[in-house]
Design a protein around this ligand. Structure first.
Ligand code: ADP
Ligand code: ADP
Length: 230
């Protein structure tokens, strides 16, 4: 659970203004859907929140602390799951604990008992406990994305970011994966920002909505006010 404050955030790539003076505040534990067409600036905003991309100007704080680079308390899920396909769902989930484990120890599979417990708990959250030993490469796209969610949970974040997490899935799997992201966030009281481009899925799952167009924040509101098409 974290409070996020974004103030006058801008990012340009040469002449492209990917983010244009974006400001908003997200209170603890809110489930936010970030909407906008391809190129609107969603990924850039999420990467700035994650500390991977450095903004041109403006600031981001998480619980009052400025974001200066990648942080272990912020986890990100991507459109591509980036799983280790030869490894089991369980081993993939465990890699979420890498930030707390030395690389050498991880090579020998020497994770803490707590981390192993967390990996199983996370697989349970995403409904995959009974497939813990299944190779990731043999799973369906939706299941693989759920393993990616489990890995993010094992990182034990306060903030969960998801960049188009269901963009490469068919509509039924997409809804299913969104359901697990929301469940994971609710169970752990996580502040969550998920970017989507499908308005119907956004409507179904969003609580708070941020709409972007050409790098600008053009909508910021709650479910009942959500009428603008972005
Ligand atoms: P999406 O719309 O799904 O976010 P993009 O094509 O905008 O996909 O971006 C995919 C990747 O390519 C990102 O890592 C982004 O930083 C990079 N990228 C996007 N546009 C450019 C560009 N004009 N020059 C260099 N890299 C870019
Ligand atoms: P979205 O995620 O909404 O598709 P992006 O944040 O990926 O939007 O991109 C916003 C704009 O910034 C686009 O015009 C894109 O081409 C540009 N852009 C993104 N990343 C880069 C990059 N690394 N280099 C150059 N241009 C980029």
């Amino acid at each position: 659970m974290s409070t996020i404050e974004v103030t006058n955030l801008s990012k340009s790539y040469g002449s492209v203004q990917a983010l244009d003076d974006v400001s908003f505040t997200i209170p603890d534990g809110e489930f936010v859907v970030l909407l906008g067409e391809s190129g609107a600036g969603k990924s850039t905003l999420l990467r700035c929140l994650n500390g991977i991309t450095k903004p041109t100007s403006g600031s981001i704080t998480i619980d009052g602390e400025p974001v200066k680079g990648p942080r272990n308390d912020v986890a990100m899920i991507f459109q591509q799951h980036y799983l280790l396909e030869q490894m089991s769902a369980y081993s993939n989930a465990l890699t979420g604990a890498l930030g707390r484990t030395s690389f050498l120890e991880s090579l020998f599979g020497r994770y803490e008992t707590d981390d192993k417990h967390e990996a199983l708990r996370a697989l349970d959250t995403v409904g995959l406990l009974d497939q813990a030993n299944q190779r990731a490469g043999h799973m369906s796209g939706g299941q693989q994305q759920r393993v990616g969610i489990a890995r993010a949970l094992v990182q034990n974040p306060n903030l969960l970011l998801a960049d188009e997490p269901v963009a490469s899935l068919d509509p039924a799997s997409a809804e299913n994966v969104m359901r697990y992201i929301r469940r994971a966030a609710a169970e752990r009281d996580l502040s969550t920002i998920a970017s989507l481009h499908q308005v119907n899925i956004a409507r179904e799952f969003g609580e708070r909505f941020l709409g972007m167009k050409n790098g600008e924040l053009v909508f910021d509101g709650y479910r009942d006010d959500f009428t603008v098409d972005v």
